[in-house]
Design a protein around this ligand. Sequence first.
Ligand code: FAD
Ligand code: MLT
Ligand code: ZN
Length: 485
Amino acid sequence: MTARPIPEPFENLHDRILDVVGEEGVVAEAGEMARYLAEERGRFVGKAAFVVRPANTREVAEVVKLCAEAGIGIVPQGGNTSMVGGSIPFEEGDEIVLSLERLNRIRALDADNFTMTVEAGVILQEVQQAAAAADRLFPLSLGAEGSCRIGGNISTNAGGVQVLRYGNTRELVLGLEVVLPDGRIWDGLRALRKDNTGYDLKQLFIGAEGSLGIVTAAVLKLYARPREIVTAFVAVPDPAAALALLSRLRGASGESVTSFEILPRLGLEFTLRHIEGCRDPLEAAHPWYVLVELFGGREDGGLRELLEEALAEALEGSLVLDATLAETEAKRRELWRLREAMSEAQKFEGGSIKHDVSVPVSSVPAFIAEAGALVTELIPGCRPVPFGHLGDGNIHFNVSQPLPEAGGDFAPGKAAYLARWDEMNRAVHDLVVRRFHGSISAEHGIGRMKLAENERFKSAVELDLLRTVKKALDPHGIMNRGKVV
Ligand code: FAD
Ligand code: MLT
Ligand code: ZN
């Protein structure tokens, strides 16, 4: 229902779009639009003339064509769970949001080809469930899987907790259907494992964060469903021990290690303090933990014994301090909850300055130590909570604000602390790139949050290439303008 006047330059466009998508396809009332205009942390809140919700690829194409003719900017949106503000329009209100949420059909599942064709708005968890129902695995898995959508996952090249074994989203996509910035439809929905017929165009759109076109459907790669899953929560003295354990397990298990996530004690304490129903699975407190999971192809295929033996050996050598294995699926879920709640728990400890960085896996211990010293020098008393995907060299180096000197409010106060965000980011990113040859965005993308930082580190040649691609595909700059490049 349109309950407020549409801003002048958009009025004509609004009516023409309404003709294409119908009443159900347009949201223009302020209250109803709110959820499309803010991300969950509330760091970015934007404005839009209105929100469009097409129901199929043809409608997306017609809407894009109308926007291209009018020169109006489009912000594509999936589940709106991303961390860098890419799905939120700017504050000027001169763009529209195009939500893919109504493109939510699973078009086909070919169990023998191990592929599935889905529309962009299907929720990740529904993709996983449909694969499981056909005795297959779609291995992309992340904390937001109940609300993020596959088009958003593709557009951010999402990582998650099983990259070590199955790769990033980029490796899980065989074909794409894309609406180009001029409204043409590129049908690249091929379900082939081999196709060497020139440039691999789909790769341009994967990880493009909506800056080159709108992904409307994809052919996804499926895998055999694991028959044996072994999960352990392991206490280790430090990240170096965690790394040594990872190397040993990878070598001993024939690459069955699927997840290898590191958590610091402080992060676990935040979770135990603030997230209902969580409890410490080990008796004593330890400085660091890893959540390790192995997938195997056969029931009782020996992975459990293998992990138990490896952990016992590591315990003798003091590489491991204690460990518990999940005996049931419920216990496994409990252990994963401790990992998945990491980010959420930090919200209750005042301001948290975030970094999503990667370094070579072997450099993670040195990075954690040096970055910790660096931020503590910058803001004495701040509390680093480095956690995440150690198996991929991807650490969420989040830093919570200092505790109050004596009771009362947090010192130095949330707003004052968060005002140091850019300064801390720059210091940590310098360390990541210049010392460890790492990346300032391992899995969350660039969006609007990391635009300036990305430009600070990319060479002139690389920036030129990026801008050339953008210009070639979106010469009038209507797709997610001001983001990514
Ligand atoms: P959105 O937030 O809606 O959009 C993301 C970007 O893609 C935007 O730039 C948007 O314009 C663009 N876009 C969306 N859909 C399309 C489309 N169909 N065509 C073109 N462009 C499009 N991320 C990880 O990588 N790994 C993690 O482990 C992880 N864990 C998370 C845990 C939690 C609790 C939360 C809240 C987030 C986490 N994320 C993680 C971040 C986020 O979930 C991912 O980036 C996810 O892939 C975003 O999907 P979405 O559907 O929400 O996309
Ligand atoms: C995760 O892995 O939990 C998310 O990507 C982390 C985050 O909130 O930064
Ligand atoms: Zn992550």
